[in-house]
Ligand binder design. Sequence first.
Ligand code: 9YT
Length: 136
Amino acid sequence: MIVRNLEEARQTDRLVKSESGTWDSTRLSLADDGGNCSFHITRIYAGTETHIHYKHHFEAVYCIEGEGEVETLADGKIWPIKPGDIYILDQHDEHLLRAQETMHLACVFTPGLTGKEVHREDGSYAPAEVDDKKPI
Ligand code: 9YT
């Protein structure tokens, strides 16, 4: 059994701030907990746009608070997101995430992130067991 608290986790290296300055994320559960997933509370800052393309991960994202939109780049569709909505990147969808108000999102990744990943230029995280510096 493992119990963690969001505010306590934010005082540790579980809180990661993006190089882009557009989001932060608290990794409440990572791969080393032993499940085949990781769980994050991510804040997307108001007035920002973030390019994301998780080529190697499945992700489901539930909006707790704040409003924004996702644009899927393959078809140019805009998906407004509000509290209570979930979006699921079942096609490894390349997308732009824009927040009108700061969005608080609960995110589940499969396979789980290890915590060492950084967002690469192409918007992805490396697959597990691969040199993180080389985009794949
Ligand atoms: C909204 C979103 O894609 N969040 C992903 C989690 C965050 N980028 C992280 O913890 O790395």
